[in-house]
Design a protein around this ligand. Structure first.
Ligand SMILES: Cc1ncc(COP(=O)(O)O)c(C=O)c1O
Length: 469
């Protein structure tokens, strides 16, 4: 490939020989979440271009990316020149200063975020979803110690099947055993409670005759742990990597009531659900719930730049305000890359695009169309359940619809291989649960059209037809 760069020094970076790049990739790049032994027989995928929902690999093969960059994050689609432009302008003007000081796009983006979530008036910046969650834990722990001297009201309750990130705090709060295997010991003070997936109800019940026990059980856990030791309940509004699980409508109001009763904060991890993924700007807006802390990343700048946010209510922020002579009472936390001004500019432009192009509305409309189509797959012998909200959907594959025994990993691997061979990239539960990585997931960019959805649905249908008994 040859580019005509005005600045010839850039040629070295942007021009390449495909075979050499593949060789060097194998030699030097340690890919995420990959068993590298496979690269002895197949080449790694190397993505070189993108536009809208379409991407091209280094071998010239084109794909419809139905997972927005593999991990549900390029919400506005590829090839957005206006984001590149604002980042370029900002980097030229002022690329960086530590978050101890302000900068213009950081202020403007915070203003936008607080207008979107007016109950959360304080915005803390960092640069990954995991880090945004770590900030939330630190806010809970420190504010609790400031507010209740002598008490240790600091435990974080998290939900089985939820994923919250790769750092030790976030992993200690993750309810997916395969993501944790071999990495322990984990941090003390994190306690798991049951998931909210109706298809595999923890209590063996059927909605709506279930008393919403999956939410009510949290009260039992708080009592068991001791209300004076529990600082926060931490959840994804809709479980993402754990299998696309939207809790039933009653779930969050019940959880909220329990939290209020025991003076426990509620943290919503909007890292995946935020910025239109579920058909509203934030996933928790589908529910009657009022979280104290909300974290976000991925779609915040559609991953054109690394950017994450931890938003908190004024009441929480005010706990940290005190006489400056108390040298330890303020929030003693920093994140170097929480000061990258280009990322805030990208966040501003990304949000403008989502609003101006009505991408939440498109996500809701096209998401419903996608879900309606996928629901028809329930006639296939291997489709146990279909779930979703907005442009975010999961198809749970089973060997037997009565026992709900999950298909093997080798089997779902073949199904996904077939879909990929048709030119559509979909995702799956990946190293999440022991013998239960059986869910195909979909999260196309929010600009998806009916024709894009038809193409995705057709490719999945072809594969299911081939592999159903
Ligand atoms: C719900 C959720 N929270 C947090 C994270 C961690 O984000 P990051 O990979 O940016 O650290 C992820 C990543 O997939 C996620 O799905």
């Amino acid at each position: 490939m040859a580019l005509n760069n005005k600045n010839e020094h850039l040629d070295d970076l942007f021009n390449y020989d495909a075979a050499e790049m593949i060789k060097l990739d194998k030699e030097n790049v340690w890919h995420h979440l990959m068993q590298h032994k496979v690269f002895e027989t197949v080449d790694p995928m190397i993505i070189v271009e993108g536009n809208g929902l379409r991407i091209k690999d280094i071998k010239g093969r084109e794909y419809l990316d139905a997972v927005s960059g593999g991990v549900w994050c390029v919400n506005v689609g590829y090839g957005r020149e206006s984001i590149a432009e604002v980042v370029y302008q900002q980097l030229k003007t002022m690329p960086y200063y530590a978050g101890t000081a302000g900068n213009i796009p950081a202020i403007k983006f915070a203003q936008k975020l607080t207008s979107l979530l007016p109950r959360l008036q304080k915005v803390y910046y960092s640069n990954s979803g995991s880090e945004a969650n770590e900030k939330a834990f630190k806010m809970v722990r420190q504010s609790s110690r400031l507010k209740y001297p002598g008490k240790e009201k600091i435990k974080i309750l998290y939900r089985n099947k939820d994923y919250h990130g790769t750092t030790f705090g976030a992993l200690s709060a993750t309810g997916q055993e395969e993501r944790r295997t071999d990495f322990g010991p984990f941090l003390p003070g994190f306690v798991e409670f049951p998931h909210a997936c109706c298809y595999r109800c923890h209590f063996g019940k059927t909605y709506p005759d279930c008393n919403i026990d999956c939410a009510r059980v949290v009260e039992d856990v708080i009592i068991q742990e001791g209300p004076d030791t529990v600082g926060a309940v931490f959840v994804e509004p809709i479980t993402a990597g754990g299998g696309i699980i939207p809790p039933v409508p009653e779930y969050y109001p019940i959880l909220q009531e329990i939290c209020k009763k025991y003076d426990v904060l509620m943290i919503m991890d909007e890292v995946v659900c935020g910025f239109g993924r579920t058909g509203k700007m934030f996933g928790h807006e589908h529910y009657d719930v009022d979280p104290d802390i909300v974290t976000m990343a991925k779609g915040t700048a559609s991953s054109y730049m690394p950017l994450s946010v931890t938003m908190a209510k004024n009441e929480l922020f005010d706990v940290f305000k005190s006489d400056p002579s108390d040298k330890l009472a303020y929030f003693r936390d920093i994140s170097t890359y929480g000061g990258c001004a280009g990322a805030f500019a990208a966040g501003c432009e990304n949000t403008r695009i989502i609003e101006d192009e009505k991408l939440c509305e498109n996500s809701a409309k096209m998401g419903q169309y996608l879900l309606d189509n996928l629901k028809e797959f329930q006639t296939f012998s291997i489709v146990g359940d279909v779930r979703g909200m907005g442009l975010f959907a999961g198809i749970e594959l089973v060997e037997d619809k009565v026992t709900k025994a999950p298909v093997s990993e080798a089997f779902i691997g073949q199904v996904i291989g077939d879909i990929t061979a048709q030119g559509v990239l979909v995702g799956r539960t990946n190293r999440s649960f022991t013998n239960q990585n059986n869910i195909i997931n979909l999260a196309p960019a929010l600009v998806a059209t009916k024709a894009d959805i038809d193409e995705i649905v057709q490719a999945i249908k072809n594969a299911l037809e081939k592999f159903s008994k």
